[in-house]
Design a protein around this ligand. Sequence first.
Ligand SMILES: NC(=O)c1ccc[n+]([C@@H]2O[C@H](COP(=O)([O-])OP(=O)(O)OC[C@H]3O[C@@H](n4cnc5c(N)ncnc54)[C@H](OP(=O)(O)O)[C@@H]3O)[C@@H](O)[C@H]2O)c1
Length: 313
Amino acid sequence: MDYVNLGNTGIRVSAIGIGAWQAGGSFWGSDVNDESAVRALVKAHELGVNLIDTAEAYGDGHSEEVVGRAIREIGRDNVVVATKVHGGHLHRDDLLKAAENSARRLGVSEIDLYQVHWPDPWEQVPLRETMKAMEELYKKGLIRAIGVSNFAVRDLKEAREHLSVIDIASNQVRYNMLQREIEEEVLPYCRRENITVLAWSPLAQGALTGKYGPGRRPSDDVRRGNKLFSDANISEVEKLIRVLDEIAKERGKKIGQVALNWLLRNGGTIPIPGAKNEQQAQENAGAVGWSLTDAELKNIERALSSLKLTYYP
Ligand SMILES: NC(=O)c1ccc[n+]([C@@H]2O[C@H](COP(=O)([O-])OP(=O)(O)OC[C@H]3O[C@@H](n4cnc5c(N)ncnc54)[C@H](OP(=O)(O)O)[C@@H]3O)[C@@H](O)[C@H]2O)c1
């Protein structure tokens, strides 16, 4: 496994992490349960993955409890645990309470990376109040680093202005071959400012594994409404999958591993694929330690540029 610094914190994290939304409950399908989720996290650790991402929102804290079980098995010092405060808990008092509750569910005295899950669009809590509260947690020693999620550059800039003793370490945003919006502003800014990008949905929720196609779409609650799996879109994605499959076969890799490795091509980005079981955790860890060639990257780019995805029915 390769390791990198998390932003400018000096915290060493694996070049790929593991997402634990899947550990939150059955909304990801009936083929995941607490036991399989714990086994996935433990397997990832055995393969050198030390970064686990969860959130109080995932199953109303259940994912954090499952991650806590895994941490007890893995050993606290072997894990960098990242969790998130719900976007509805961004007032100071709510946020302080949320952090304590998360730490309790995780069974840790200190959260390694505490992230604002999303900027609050409804209650208009001033970002100043939220970021000051985050810094208060840092000063108290309840968190080791501050992260944000789904922040645009304008939000990042403002959030950083309200911090005085510690900078933002990471921004967790959606990023995969099919959804590259962050390449326009967020990614260049984060690279320049040494803010690590944690890529969520790095496998496009499974669309980039080759398992799904027209008439073969996942039926769980999370993905039922995901337009990427509409027949029209997934038929387009199949064209890309054929190119990825060819590369995967030549390199002795899986399609999903090629998709994850692509995210590592320029540095500064850590994919955090969700895994439901040991096998997925193992495959995802195997996305690290090798590189796509320039010719392979060009082939992928060519295939991507001809895809026509639509988010409108
Ligand atoms: N900050 C945010 O707002 C936000 C939002 C979303 C997610 N996240 C975080 O990011 C993590 C990952 O994102 P995500 O879960 O949305 O999407 P993802 O990682 O792109 O996809 C995960 C799904 O892909 C399938 N999969 C995983 N590994 C596989 C493998 N090796 N082979 C075949 N299929 C595989 C599994 O579903 P099937 O086997 O059922 O196909 C799994 O549930 C989450 O766990 C969470 O921690 C954060």
